[in-house]
Each structure stands twice: as C-alpha cells, then as structure tokens.
Design a protein around this ligand. Structure first.
Ligand SMILES: NC(=O)c1ccc[n+]([C@@H]2O[C@H](COP(=O)([O-])OP(=O)(O)OC[C@H]3O[C@@H](n4cnc5c(N)ncnc54)[C@H](OP(=O)(O)O)[C@@H]3O)[C@@H](O)[C@H]2O)c1
Length: 342
C-alpha cells in the first residue's frame, strides 16, 4: 500500500497534537512526517509512532523541499491564507482546519459522513476545508434525520469548551481556577476571552457582525448550508463555558414530516459515527467528560416537541479537538486516498 509524505502545520498546537495522535491510532499510511510550526515552536520535539521528530519552521519552500503529498494545516487563518497555496503548488493536497477558505465557492467543505463526494473538487485549488468544530458535530447528527424526515430549520445553542480557542485558552481557564482557590481571581488576567471564563458563561465566541450575530454563529449558519447542499434555516447562539474539552449543543430541529422520538432514535442509531446515549431514568445522556478522546458524536435527550409533531429536540456532544478538528481532517485525508489511489 502506498505511503505518503505528510506535513502537519501547527504540530505544537492543540489541534496539531491531536492530528498526530489520531494518525497514529488509525495507522495512517505515513512515509515521512514533517511537523511544522512558527520560529517559536521550531526545534521542539513531537512523538509519532514511537519516533521523535524535530519541529521545523514553516517556510514557503518547505513543502517542495520535502516532497509533501498531504498537508494538514491548523496554525490559524492568516497562516493558511499565505502558506496553503505554496503547499498546493508543490503538489500536495491541503486539508485546512481554519476558517480562511471554507466559504470560497471552488473549495470543498467536507464532513465525510455527510458530503464525501465533494472531495472530488479538491483539484480546483488543491485545498479541502475542514468545517468549524460546532458545525461538524451538528451536521453529523442532522444527516440521518434529514435523510428520513427532511430538515428545514435548526435552532441551536452551543456550550463550547475553552480548548476551541487553542492551548493558551485552556491554560487561561486553569490559571483563573487556581487564582480563585488562592483568593485572587479578581487579579487574574483574561486575554483569550472577553471576560473571565472560570465560573462564568460567555455568550460571545469571536467578534460580533453587523447583524448582531457573532462570526462563530454565522459560521454555523453558512457552513451547514454548504455541507448539506440545502437551504436549511439555521439560527445559532454560541456560548463559551468553563469546560476544557468537549462541545455540547442543544439543537431544535424542524422537519418536513412528523416524527416520533422512537423513529428519530432509530434514525440516529443508524447514523455514521453517531452514538445514542439516551436513558433518562438512569440519568444517562452525553456530557463533555464522557466524550473526551472519542471519535464519535454523541446524541441524547431525544424528544419530540410538546406542541409540534414535526419538531425534535436533541442534545449533541463531541470532542471538539477530535471530531471537531483532527478526526474530521484525518477522515478527509483517508477518503481522499481512497478516491485518488484505489
Ligand atoms: N481548537 C479547536 O477546537 C479547533 C477546531 C477547529 C479548528 N481550529 C482551528 O485550528 C487552528 C489552530 O487551532 P489550535 O486550537 O490548535 O491553536 P493553538 O493551540 O494556539 O496552536 C496554534 C499552532 O499554530 C502554530 N503557529 C502559530 N503561528 C504560526 C505561524 N506564523 N507559522 C507557523 N505556525 C504557527 C503554533 O506554533 P508555535 O508553537 O510556533 O506557536 C501552534 O502549533 C485555528 O485556526 C483554529 O481556528 C481549532
């Protein structure tokens, strides 16, 4: 079986580290691994398949010099904007975790459980975009419902972990918790979030747009339509909560056809990479602490609306660093290999 020269851009970050773990666990066919970061992270070491690799600095020529065939980017939008075209020009397929290319018309935006066929458009620019973490887990849960009942509208409120904003954001929350127990929370700085996140809930992720929604909320609106190839109405409220890892979502789904909770559960049981955990009498439902390090999206609290027969309510939880980033990127790469080399 062919093996590939793989670059991981942002290999020292929260998502980059997880990409290495996921590739190792699924025995991704790696020939040479090239971990890349900025001048700051260059020189540090990462482990992959019991070997140690030195992180190199990202440059415009590094992809050509190392004959890279697959480049996984997670180092921020401006880094992808500048360097991804150099990787594509050097002949690699770029799988980009940032929001930079997602809504460009000729760039496929892919969740392999939902729209794997879109990967074929990678040839347009050599780039495939990975959606926003909150969008990925939501569309994975919507897909099996859409296939049977037809989704027309979604109202969602998210409860997003601090790791969604990177390693330093997790550290900021931990530091604030320490400061709380040292009775000096008032002096604890906040840089990654607009307010203190420890012991708090912040109804703002990313900046506000002119329409009163945040950029994160509009990502969920626009990306859902692009991935599902359907003009689904989406209304989102994105909230940061003091959780380290695992995004939760309260999702209300409006359907074309009437539904029962049992029929919805049956559809979700058959969904790809979906795990249904829904046993209220034993207080069983998905929670962030039970999804860490898992590659599936968990759904519970499945119930029909009290007033409308075509409306469902769900609770959807997934590991944002895996399902919402690394696992989705690696699954795209696996699907790309399947399509290009088999
Ligand atoms: N966290 C999530 O749940 C999630 C989900 C989906 C998508 N994303 C996206 O993935 C990207 C990375 O997120 P993260 O959470 O992994 O952030 P992070 O923990 O802050 O890591 C950032 C990584 O990018 C590298 N980097 C920063 N500036 C660079 C530059 N100029 N050149 C080369 N490398 C550079 C850093 O390397 P140094 O060691 O050199 O600083 C580090 O490896 C972001 O665009 C984010 O929006 C994140």
């Amino acid at each position: 079986m062919k093996k590939f020269n793989v670059a991981v851009v942002g290999a020292t970050g929260a998502v980059g580290e997880e990409i290495l773990r996921v590739m190792q666990e699924c025995d991704f066919p790696v020939n040479n691994l090239l971990p890349l970061a900025s001048a700051r992270g260059a020189g540090s070491k990462v482990a992959f398949k019991s070997k140690e690799y030195t992180v190199l600095e990202l440059t415009e020529t590094v992809f050509e010099e190392h004959d890279i065939e697959i480049a996984l980017f997670s180092a921020g939008g401006s880094v992808s904007a500048h360097f991804a075209p150099f990787a594509a020009e050097a002949g690699a397929v770029v799988i980009d975790n940032t929001s930079h290319f997602r809504m460009e018309e000729d760039i496929p935006l892919v969740v392999p459980e939902v729209n794997p066929q879109d990967i074929a458009a990678w040839r347009n620019r050599g780039i495939i975009a990975n959606p926003n973490c909150s969008t990925i887990q939501m569309v994975q849960a919507l897909k099996p419902l859409d296939d049977i009942f037809g989704v027309v509208r979604v109202d969602v409120a998210t409860y997003q972990a601090t790791s969604g904003a990177g390693k330093s954001a997790m550290e900021e929350m931990v530091m604030q918790m320490k400061d709380f127990f040292a009775f000096k929370l008032d002096e604890s700085p906040h840089e990654k979030f607009p307010h203190q996140i420890a012991l708090n809930v912040i109804p703002q992720i990313d900046r506000f747009m002119e329409n009163g929604y945040t950029k994160e909320e509009m990502k969920m609106v626009n990306e859902t339509k692009k991935i599902m190839h359907k003009n689904i109405e989406v209304s989102a409220t994105c909230v940061r909560v003091p959780v380290l890892r695992g995004h939760s979502e309260a999702v209300t789904v409006w359907l074309e056809r009437d539904v029962t909770a049992e029929a919805a559960k049956e559809a979700l049981y058959n969904g790809k990479n979906i795990v249904v955990v829904d046993d209220p009498k034993d207080s069983l439902y998905p929670m962030p602490i039970t999804v860490v390090d898992r590659d599936e999206t968990f759904v519970g609290r499945i119930r029909k609306d009290i007033y409308k027969d075509n409306v469902l309510h769900l609770w959807v939880v997934a590991d944002n660093l895996r399902v919402g980033a690394a696992t989705n990127a690696v699954r795209i790469a696996q699907k790309w290999i399947e399509m290009e080399y088999k």
